[in-house]
Design a protein around this ligand. Structure first.
Ligand code: CTP
Length: 446
Protein backbone atom coordinates (compact mmCIF):
# COMPACT_ATOMS: atom_id res chain seq x y z
CA UNK A 1 0.00 0.00 0.00
CA UNK A 2 1.28 3.44 -0.88
CA UNK A 3 0.23 6.96 0.03
CA UNK A 4 -0.83 9.00 -2.95
CA UNK A 5 -1.50 12.71 -2.69
CA UNK A 6 -3.84 13.84 -5.46
CA UNK A 7 -3.98 17.50 -6.46
CA UNK A 8 -7.07 18.43 -8.45
CA UNK A 9 -7.16 21.71 -10.35
CA UNK A 10 -10.12 23.39 -12.03
CA UNK A 11 -11.06 21.70 -15.28
CA UNK A 12 -13.95 19.63 -16.59
CA UNK A 13 -11.73 16.54 -16.40
CA UNK A 14 -11.86 16.77 -12.58
CA UNK A 15 -14.61 14.15 -12.79
CA UNK A 16 -12.01 11.64 -14.00
CA UNK A 17 -9.99 12.30 -10.84
CA UNK A 18 -12.88 10.72 -8.89
CA UNK A 19 -12.43 7.52 -10.84
CA UNK A 20 -8.69 7.67 -10.16
CA UNK A 21 -9.40 7.82 -6.41
CA UNK A 22 -11.77 4.88 -6.71
CA UNK A 23 -9.21 2.79 -8.61
CA UNK A 24 -6.30 3.74 -6.36
CA UNK A 25 -8.15 2.92 -3.14
CA UNK A 26 -9.42 -0.33 -4.67
CA UNK A 27 -5.79 -1.18 -5.39
CA UNK A 28 -5.03 -0.73 -1.70
CA UNK A 29 -3.47 2.74 -1.76
CA UNK A 30 -4.26 5.46 0.78
CA UNK A 31 -5.27 8.64 -1.04
CA UNK A 32 -5.55 12.22 0.22
CA UNK A 33 -6.95 14.93 -2.02
CA UNK A 34 -6.14 18.63 -2.19
CA UNK A 35 -8.20 20.81 -4.52
CA UNK A 36 -7.74 24.25 -5.97
CA UNK A 37 -10.69 26.50 -5.16
CA UNK A 38 -11.64 26.58 -8.88
CA UNK A 39 -11.81 22.77 -9.07
CA UNK A 40 -14.67 22.83 -6.55
CA UNK A 41 -16.80 24.46 -9.24
CA UNK A 42 -16.47 21.20 -11.17
CA UNK A 43 -16.44 18.49 -8.47
CA UNK A 44 -17.22 19.06 -4.81
CA UNK A 45 -15.08 17.98 -1.88
CA UNK A 46 -17.75 15.58 -0.59
CA UNK A 47 -17.29 13.21 -3.54
CA UNK A 48 -13.51 13.06 -3.09
CA UNK A 49 -13.90 12.69 0.68
CA UNK A 50 -16.36 9.82 0.29
CA UNK A 51 -14.20 7.92 -2.19
CA UNK A 52 -10.87 8.52 -0.45
CA UNK A 53 -12.11 8.16 3.11
CA UNK A 54 -10.08 11.23 4.13
CA UNK A 55 -10.72 14.95 4.51
CA UNK A 56 -10.24 17.11 1.41
CA UNK A 57 -8.46 20.45 1.70
CA UNK A 58 -8.24 23.50 -0.52
CA UNK A 59 -6.40 26.00 1.65
CA UNK A 60 -3.55 26.12 4.16
CA UNK A 61 -5.84 28.06 6.46
CA UNK A 62 -8.30 25.17 6.68
CA UNK A 63 -7.73 22.88 9.63
CA UNK A 64 -6.93 19.30 8.60
CA UNK A 65 -8.98 16.96 10.81
CA UNK A 66 -6.58 14.13 9.86
CA UNK A 67 -3.53 16.26 10.82
CA UNK A 68 -1.69 15.37 7.65
CA UNK A 69 -2.15 11.62 8.03
CA UNK A 70 -3.41 9.37 5.25
CA UNK A 71 -6.45 7.08 5.59
CA UNK A 72 -5.59 4.06 7.74
CA UNK A 73 -2.75 5.83 9.59
CA UNK A 74 -2.87 6.82 13.25
CA UNK A 75 -3.51 10.52 13.92
CA UNK A 76 -0.30 12.39 14.82
CA UNK A 77 -0.43 13.99 18.28
CA UNK A 78 0.20 17.54 17.00
CA UNK A 79 -1.48 19.77 14.40
CA UNK A 80 1.06 20.14 11.58
CA UNK A 81 1.08 22.53 8.63
CA UNK A 82 -1.06 20.71 6.05
CA UNK A 83 1.06 21.38 3.02
CA UNK A 84 4.26 20.25 4.69
CA UNK A 85 2.85 17.16 6.37
CA UNK A 86 0.83 15.86 3.39
CA UNK A 87 3.75 16.41 1.02
CA UNK A 88 6.24 14.82 3.41
CA UNK A 89 4.16 11.68 3.94
CA UNK A 90 3.17 11.10 0.30
CA UNK A 91 4.88 8.40 -1.76
CA UNK A 92 3.72 10.17 -4.92
CA UNK A 93 2.06 13.50 -5.67
CA UNK A 94 -0.17 13.36 -8.73
CA UNK A 95 -1.71 16.56 -10.09
CA UNK A 96 -4.65 15.53 -12.29
CA UNK A 97 -6.15 17.32 -14.01
CA UNK A 98 -3.45 19.98 -14.26
CA UNK A 99 -4.83 23.10 -15.94
CA UNK A 100 -2.74 25.57 -17.93
CA UNK A 101 -2.97 27.96 -14.97
CA UNK A 102 -1.77 25.40 -12.42
CA UNK A 103 1.02 24.27 -14.74
CA UNK A 104 2.15 27.90 -15.09
CA UNK A 105 2.14 28.36 -11.31
CA UNK A 106 4.08 25.12 -10.77
CA UNK A 107 6.66 26.18 -13.35
CA UNK A 108 7.00 29.59 -11.69
CA UNK A 109 7.21 28.09 -8.19
CA UNK A 110 4.15 30.00 -7.03
CA UNK A 111 2.56 29.02 -3.73
CA UNK A 112 -0.75 30.85 -3.66
CA UNK A 113 -2.85 27.79 -2.93
CA UNK A 114 -2.45 24.51 -1.03
CA UNK A 115 -1.89 22.41 -4.17
CA UNK A 116 1.02 24.59 -5.31
CA UNK A 117 2.54 24.74 -1.80
CA UNK A 118 2.40 20.95 -1.61
CA UNK A 119 4.22 20.76 -4.95
CA UNK A 120 7.03 22.96 -3.62
CA UNK A 121 7.30 20.90 -0.44
CA UNK A 122 7.10 17.45 -2.12
CA UNK A 123 10.04 15.09 -1.78
CA UNK A 124 8.27 12.18 -3.52
CA UNK A 125 7.91 11.78 -7.30
CA UNK A 126 5.64 14.53 -8.69
CA UNK A 127 3.46 13.69 -11.67
CA UNK A 128 1.51 16.22 -13.68
CA UNK A 129 -1.35 15.18 -15.99
CA UNK A 130 -2.37 18.14 -18.17
CA UNK A 131 -5.95 18.51 -19.39
CA UNK A 132 -7.14 21.47 -21.44
CA UNK A 133 -8.35 22.63 -24.82
CA UNK A 134 -6.08 21.59 -27.69
CA UNK A 135 -5.21 25.16 -28.72
CA UNK A 136 -4.26 26.03 -25.15
CA UNK A 137 -2.18 22.85 -24.88
CA UNK A 138 -0.32 23.69 -28.09
CA UNK A 139 0.45 27.24 -26.90
CA UNK A 140 4.16 27.95 -26.58
CA UNK A 141 3.73 29.18 -22.99
CA UNK A 142 2.14 25.90 -21.84
CA UNK A 143 4.74 23.83 -23.68
CA UNK A 144 7.58 25.91 -22.22
CA UNK A 145 6.12 25.48 -18.71
CA UNK A 146 5.86 21.73 -19.20
CA UNK A 147 9.48 21.62 -20.41
CA UNK A 148 10.53 23.52 -17.29
CA UNK A 149 8.73 20.99 -15.10
CA UNK A 150 10.23 18.03 -16.98
CA UNK A 151 13.71 19.50 -16.61
CA UNK A 152 13.11 19.59 -12.85
CA UNK A 153 12.26 15.90 -12.76
CA UNK A 154 8.48 16.22 -12.80
CA UNK A 155 6.89 13.42 -14.80
CA UNK A 156 4.37 14.74 -17.31
CA UNK A 157 1.64 12.24 -18.17
CA UNK A 158 0.83 13.19 -21.74
CA UNK A 159 -2.81 13.99 -22.50
CA UNK A 160 -4.70 11.88 -25.01
CA UNK A 161 -6.17 12.93 -28.28
CA UNK A 162 -9.86 12.86 -29.23
CA UNK A 163 -13.10 14.59 -28.32
CA UNK A 164 -12.60 17.48 -25.90
CA UNK A 165 -14.98 18.88 -23.29
CA UNK A 166 -16.34 21.68 -25.48
CA UNK A 167 -18.90 20.36 -27.95
CA UNK A 168 -17.43 20.01 -31.42
CA UNK A 169 -13.81 20.36 -30.28
CA UNK A 170 -11.34 17.59 -31.06
CA UNK A 171 -7.61 17.33 -30.58
CA UNK A 172 -4.89 16.70 -28.01
CA UNK A 173 -5.65 17.74 -24.44
CA UNK A 174 -7.86 15.02 -22.91
CA UNK A 175 -6.73 13.97 -19.44
CA UNK A 176 -5.04 10.54 -19.54
CA UNK A 177 -7.40 7.76 -18.47
CA UNK A 178 -7.55 6.95 -14.72
CA UNK A 179 -6.06 3.47 -15.27
CA UNK A 180 -3.06 5.03 -16.98
CA UNK A 181 -2.71 7.65 -14.23
CA UNK A 182 -2.61 4.90 -11.61
CA UNK A 183 -0.22 2.68 -13.55
CA UNK A 184 2.15 5.63 -14.11
CA UNK A 185 1.98 6.62 -10.45
CA UNK A 186 2.73 3.08 -9.36
CA UNK A 187 5.62 2.80 -11.80
CA UNK A 188 7.05 6.10 -10.52
CA UNK A 189 6.75 4.89 -6.91
CA UNK A 190 8.32 1.54 -7.78
CA UNK A 191 11.16 3.37 -9.53
CA UNK A 192 11.81 5.59 -6.56
CA UNK A 193 11.64 2.53 -4.25
CA UNK A 194 14.07 0.73 -6.54
CA UNK A 195 16.44 3.69 -6.48
CA UNK A 196 16.53 3.31 -2.71
CA UNK A 197 16.45 -0.49 -2.59
CA UNK A 198 19.38 -2.77 -3.33
CA UNK A 199 19.40 -4.24 -6.85
CA UNK A 200 18.26 -7.74 -5.92
CA UNK A 201 18.34 -8.94 -9.53
CA UNK A 202 21.39 -6.98 -10.73
CA UNK A 203 22.95 -8.75 -13.71
CA UNK A 204 20.28 -11.46 -13.76
CA UNK A 205 18.80 -12.26 -17.19
CA UNK A 206 15.04 -12.50 -16.92
CA UNK A 207 12.80 -13.79 -19.70
CA UNK A 208 9.13 -12.85 -19.39
CA UNK A 209 6.29 -13.91 -21.68
CA UNK A 210 3.14 -11.79 -21.62
CA UNK A 211 -0.16 -11.28 -23.39
CA UNK A 212 -2.35 -13.74 -25.23
CA UNK A 213 -1.64 -15.59 -28.47
CA UNK A 214 -3.88 -15.39 -31.52
CA UNK A 215 -4.36 -18.35 -33.83
CA UNK A 216 -5.57 -17.38 -37.30
CA UNK A 217 -8.80 -18.83 -38.71
CA UNK A 218 -8.47 -16.86 -41.93
CA UNK A 219 -6.68 -13.68 -42.94
CA UNK A 220 -8.79 -11.47 -40.64
CA UNK A 221 -10.14 -13.72 -37.87
CA UNK A 222 -8.41 -15.51 -35.09
CA UNK A 223 -8.96 -17.54 -31.92
CA UNK A 224 -7.62 -15.50 -29.04
CA UNK A 225 -8.13 -14.79 -25.35
CA UNK A 226 -8.66 -11.72 -23.21
CA UNK A 227 -5.22 -11.52 -21.61
CA UNK A 228 -4.07 -7.88 -21.68
CA UNK A 229 -0.45 -8.64 -20.81
CA UNK A 230 -0.57 -6.29 -17.77
CA UNK A 231 0.75 -8.90 -15.33
CA UNK A 232 3.70 -9.86 -17.53
CA UNK A 233 4.51 -6.23 -18.30
CA UNK A 234 4.40 -5.38 -14.57
CA UNK A 235 6.83 -8.26 -13.94
CA UNK A 236 9.14 -7.10 -16.73
CA UNK A 237 9.22 -3.57 -15.39
CA UNK A 238 9.66 -4.60 -11.76
CA UNK A 239 12.50 -6.98 -12.69
CA UNK A 240 14.20 -4.27 -14.69
CA UNK A 241 13.95 -1.87 -11.75
CA UNK A 242 15.67 -4.50 -9.60
CA UNK A 243 18.60 -4.43 -11.99
CA UNK A 244 17.75 -7.40 -14.25
CA UNK A 245 18.34 -7.50 -18.00
CA UNK A 246 14.82 -8.24 -19.17
CA UNK A 247 13.58 -9.72 -22.43
CA UNK A 248 9.84 -9.63 -22.95
CA UNK A 249 8.18 -11.98 -25.41
CA UNK A 250 5.03 -9.98 -26.05
CA UNK A 251 1.93 -11.54 -27.57
CA UNK A 252 -0.62 -8.92 -28.65
CA UNK A 253 -0.30 -6.64 -25.62
CA UNK A 254 -3.03 -4.12 -24.72
CA UNK A 255 -0.50 -2.09 -22.71
CA UNK A 256 2.77 -0.39 -23.67
CA UNK A 257 6.18 -2.02 -23.20
CA UNK A 258 8.20 -0.29 -20.47
CA UNK A 259 11.23 1.61 -21.76
CA UNK A 260 14.50 -0.30 -21.44
CA UNK A 261 12.90 -3.73 -21.75
CA UNK A 262 14.01 -5.75 -24.81
CA UNK A 263 10.85 -6.77 -26.62
CA UNK A 264 10.17 -9.61 -29.08
CA UNK A 265 6.70 -9.21 -30.54
CA UNK A 266 4.85 -12.39 -31.47
CA UNK A 267 1.29 -13.23 -32.50
CA UNK A 268 0.80 -17.00 -32.47
CA UNK A 269 1.70 -19.76 -30.02
CA UNK A 270 4.25 -21.09 -32.51
CA UNK A 271 5.97 -17.71 -32.79
CA UNK A 272 5.94 -17.41 -29.02
CA UNK A 273 7.55 -20.84 -28.69
CA UNK A 274 10.27 -19.94 -31.24
CA UNK A 275 11.02 -16.63 -29.49
CA UNK A 276 11.14 -18.24 -26.03
CA UNK A 277 13.34 -21.08 -27.27
CA UNK A 278 15.83 -18.59 -28.71
CA UNK A 279 16.06 -16.69 -25.42
CA UNK A 280 15.69 -19.47 -22.86
CA UNK A 281 19.18 -21.00 -22.70
CA UNK A 282 20.87 -17.73 -21.78
CA UNK A 283 18.18 -16.70 -19.29
CA UNK A 284 18.49 -17.16 -15.53
CA UNK A 285 14.80 -16.69 -14.73
CA UNK A 286 11.71 -17.52 -16.80
CA UNK A 287 8.37 -15.91 -15.89
CA UNK A 288 5.81 -17.50 -18.19
CA UNK A 289 2.83 -15.20 -17.80
CA UNK A 290 1.51 -15.45 -21.37
CA UNK A 291 -1.86 -17.05 -22.03
CA UNK A 292 -0.86 -19.48 -24.75
CA UNK A 293 -3.47 -21.13 -26.99
CA UNK A 294 -3.71 -24.88 -26.44
CA UNK A 295 -5.27 -25.43 -29.86
CA UNK A 296 -5.10 -23.72 -33.22
CA UNK A 297 -7.05 -24.13 -36.45
CA UNK A 298 -5.47 -26.95 -38.45
CA UNK A 299 -5.14 -24.68 -41.46
CA UNK A 300 -5.71 -20.93 -41.63
CA UNK A 301 -7.63 -20.09 -44.77
CA UNK A 302 -6.14 -17.52 -47.08
CA UNK A 303 -8.48 -14.55 -47.50
CA UNK A 304 -11.77 -14.12 -45.64
CA UNK A 305 -14.20 -16.99 -45.13
CA UNK A 306 -17.54 -15.82 -46.55
CA UNK A 307 -20.76 -16.66 -44.75
CA UNK A 308 -22.81 -16.96 -47.95
CA UNK A 309 -24.10 -20.47 -48.69
CA UNK A 310 -23.07 -21.83 -45.30
CA UNK A 311 -25.35 -23.24 -42.62
CA UNK A 312 -22.46 -23.83 -40.30
CA UNK A 313 -18.73 -23.49 -40.11
CA UNK A 314 -16.77 -26.33 -38.54
CA UNK A 315 -13.22 -25.60 -37.54
CA UNK A 316 -10.73 -28.38 -37.07
CA UNK A 317 -8.37 -27.57 -34.23
CA UNK A 318 -5.04 -29.22 -33.55
CA UNK A 319 -2.98 -28.94 -30.35
CA UNK A 320 -0.16 -26.43 -30.05
CA UNK A 321 3.09 -27.23 -28.28
CA UNK A 322 3.21 -26.79 -24.50
CA UNK A 323 5.96 -24.17 -24.61
CA UNK A 324 6.63 -24.17 -20.89
CA UNK A 325 6.91 -27.95 -20.60
CA UNK A 326 9.29 -28.00 -23.57
CA UNK A 327 11.47 -25.31 -21.98
CA UNK A 328 11.60 -26.94 -18.54
CA UNK A 329 12.61 -30.23 -20.17
CA UNK A 330 15.89 -28.58 -21.19
CA UNK A 331 16.47 -26.41 -18.11
CA UNK A 332 19.96 -26.09 -16.75
CA UNK A 333 20.87 -26.02 -13.05
CA UNK A 334 20.45 -22.61 -11.47
CA UNK A 335 17.58 -21.47 -13.68
CA UNK A 336 14.40 -20.46 -11.86
CA UNK A 337 11.19 -21.23 -13.74
CA UNK A 338 7.82 -19.80 -12.80
CA UNK A 339 4.56 -20.65 -14.55
CA UNK A 340 1.14 -19.06 -14.29
CA UNK A 341 -2.21 -20.79 -14.07
CA UNK A 342 -5.58 -19.18 -14.60
CA UNK A 343 -7.99 -21.56 -12.90
CA UNK A 344 -11.73 -21.43 -12.45
CA UNK A 345 -13.20 -21.63 -8.95
CA UNK A 346 -12.99 -24.62 -6.64
CA UNK A 347 -10.05 -26.97 -6.97
CA UNK A 348 -7.83 -24.23 -8.40
CA UNK A 349 -4.96 -24.90 -6.02
CA UNK A 350 -4.95 -28.67 -6.52
CA UNK A 351 -5.07 -28.26 -10.31
CA UNK A 352 -2.28 -25.71 -10.23
CA UNK A 353 -0.12 -27.91 -8.01
CA UNK A 354 -0.56 -30.73 -10.51
CA UNK A 355 0.59 -28.35 -13.29
CA UNK A 356 3.58 -27.26 -11.20
CA UNK A 357 4.68 -30.88 -11.01
CA UNK A 358 3.77 -31.89 -14.54
CA UNK A 359 5.67 -28.96 -16.03
CA UNK A 360 8.68 -29.24 -13.72
CA UNK A 361 8.46 -25.69 -12.38
CA UNK A 362 9.93 -24.06 -9.27
CA UNK A 363 6.75 -22.12 -8.64
CA UNK A 364 3.37 -21.46 -10.16
CA UNK A 365 1.25 -18.33 -9.72
CA UNK A 366 -2.45 -19.17 -9.57
CA UNK A 367 -5.33 -16.80 -10.05
CA UNK A 368 -9.03 -17.53 -9.93
CA UNK A 369 -10.61 -16.40 -13.18
CA UNK A 370 -14.12 -17.05 -11.88
CA UNK A 371 -13.83 -13.66 -10.13
CA UNK A 372 -14.77 -10.60 -12.17
CA UNK A 373 -12.88 -8.12 -9.94
CA UNK A 374 -9.38 -9.48 -10.61
CA UNK A 375 -7.37 -11.18 -13.29
CA UNK A 376 -7.37 -11.11 -17.07
CA UNK A 377 -8.37 -7.63 -18.19
CA UNK A 378 -8.19 -5.95 -14.80
CA UNK A 379 -5.66 -3.62 -13.17
CA UNK A 380 -5.88 -5.80 -10.06
CA UNK A 381 -4.97 -9.32 -9.21
CA UNK A 382 -5.05 -11.69 -6.27
CA UNK A 383 -2.88 -14.76 -6.52
CA UNK A 384 -1.59 -17.76 -4.66
CA UNK A 385 2.00 -18.73 -5.35
CA UNK A 386 2.81 -22.42 -4.94
CA UNK A 387 6.42 -23.55 -4.72
CA UNK A 388 7.73 -26.99 -5.67
CA UNK A 389 9.77 -27.39 -2.52
CA UNK A 390 9.76 -25.82 0.92
CA UNK A 391 11.68 -22.60 1.14
CA UNK A 392 14.20 -22.19 3.88
CA UNK A 393 13.56 -19.72 6.72
CA UNK A 394 12.61 -16.91 6.98
CA UNK A 395 9.21 -18.27 6.04
CA UNK A 396 6.98 -16.59 3.52
CA UNK A 397 4.86 -15.20 6.32
CA UNK A 398 4.43 -11.48 6.34
CA UNK A 399 4.42 -11.11 2.58
CA UNK A 400 0.72 -11.79 2.26
CA UNK A 401 -2.29 -13.36 3.83
CA UNK A 402 -2.84 -17.02 4.47
CA UNK A 403 0.73 -18.23 3.94
CA UNK A 404 1.17 -21.85 4.80
CA UNK A 405 3.27 -24.89 4.14
CA UNK A 406 1.45 -27.58 2.20
CA UNK A 407 1.57 -31.06 3.69
CA UNK A 408 2.65 -32.78 0.46
CA UNK A 409 5.56 -30.38 -0.31
CA UNK A 410 6.18 -26.77 -1.12
CA UNK A 411 4.80 -23.56 0.27
CA UNK A 412 1.66 -21.64 -0.60
CA UNK A 413 1.68 -17.86 -0.39
CA UNK A 414 -1.44 -15.79 -0.91
CA UNK A 415 -0.96 -12.25 -2.19
CA UNK A 416 -4.15 -10.38 -1.27
CA UNK A 417 -5.98 -8.31 -3.91
CA UNK A 418 -3.60 -5.62 -5.07
CA UNK A 419 -2.49 -3.85 -8.22
CA UNK A 420 -0.55 -5.98 -10.68
CA UNK A 421 2.55 -3.87 -9.97
CA UNK A 422 2.37 -4.85 -6.30
CA UNK A 423 1.68 -8.50 -7.12
CA UNK A 424 4.70 -8.42 -9.45
CA UNK A 425 6.88 -7.19 -6.57
CA UNK A 426 5.80 -10.12 -4.38
CA UNK A 427 6.47 -12.61 -7.19
CA UNK A 428 9.96 -11.16 -7.66
CA UNK A 429 10.62 -11.31 -3.90
CA UNK A 430 9.93 -15.01 -4.22
CA UNK A 431 12.12 -15.36 -7.32
CA UNK A 432 14.99 -13.79 -5.38
CA UNK A 433 14.44 -16.30 -2.58
CA UNK A 434 14.26 -19.22 -5.00
CA UNK A 435 17.55 -18.10 -6.53
CA UNK A 436 19.09 -18.06 -3.07
CA UNK A 437 17.66 -21.49 -2.19
CA UNK A 438 19.65 -24.40 -3.60
CA UNK A 439 16.61 -26.43 -4.70
CA UNK A 440 16.87 -29.72 -6.53
CA UNK A 441 15.62 -29.09 -10.08
CA UNK A 442 12.45 -31.07 -10.38
CA UNK A 443 12.17 -32.87 -13.68
CA UNK A 444 8.84 -32.66 -15.41
CA UNK A 445 6.60 -35.62 -14.65
CA UNK A 446 6.22 -37.72 -17.72
N1 CTP B 1 1.61 -22.71 -21.36
C1 CTP B 1 2.52 -22.87 -22.38
N2 CTP B 1 2.13 -23.42 -23.58
C2 CTP B 1 0.85 -23.78 -23.79
C3 CTP B 1 -0.10 -23.61 -22.74
C4 CTP B 1 0.31 -23.08 -21.56
O1 CTP B 1 3.68 -22.54 -22.19
N3 CTP B 1 0.50 -24.28 -24.96
C5 CTP B 1 2.05 -22.17 -20.07
C6 CTP B 1 1.39 -20.87 -19.68
O2 CTP B 1 2.13 -19.75 -20.12
C7 CTP B 1 1.38 -20.95 -18.16
C8 CTP B 1 1.31 -22.43 -17.87
O3 CTP B 1 1.72 -23.09 -19.07
O4 CTP B 1 2.57 -20.45 -17.58
C9 CTP B 1 -0.04 -22.92 -17.47
O5 CTP B 1 -0.98 -22.55 -18.47
P1 CTP B 1 -2.47 -23.08 -18.42
O6 CTP B 1 -3.19 -22.59 -19.64
O7 CTP B 1 -3.06 -22.77 -17.09
O8 CTP B 1 -2.26 -24.65 -18.44
P2 CTP B 1 -2.40 -25.72 -19.54
O9 CTP B 1 -1.20 -26.58 -19.42
O10 CTP B 1 -2.65 -25.12 -20.89
O11 CTP B 1 -3.67 -26.54 -19.02
P3 CTP B 1 -5.25 -26.26 -19.19
O12 CTP B 1 -5.41 -25.18 -20.24
O13 CTP B 1 -5.77 -27.57 -19.62
O14 CTP B 1 -5.73 -25.84 -17.85
Amino acid sequence: MARILLGVSGGVAAYKALEFVRLATAAGHAVRVVQTPASRRFVGAASFAALSGGPVLASEFERDPARGSFPGEPLPPHDPASHLELAARADAFLIAPATANTIAKLAAGAADNLLCSCALAATSPVLVAPAMNNRMYAHAAVQANLSTLRARGVQVIEPGSGRLATIGEHGIGRLAEPEQLLATCEAAMAQSDAARAPDGLAGVRVLVSAGGTREPIDSVRFIGNSSSGRMGVALAQAAQLRGAAVTLVAANLAVPVPPGVECRRVITAEQLRDACEREFDHSDVLLMAAAVADFRPAAAQHGKIAKADRDELVLELVPTADVLAQLTARRRPGQVLVGFAAEHGEGAIATARAKLRAKGLDAIVVNDISRADIGFDSELNEVTILTASRLSQPSLSGQGDGDRAEPDAGDALTVARASKVQVAERILDLVERLRATPAPASAPAS
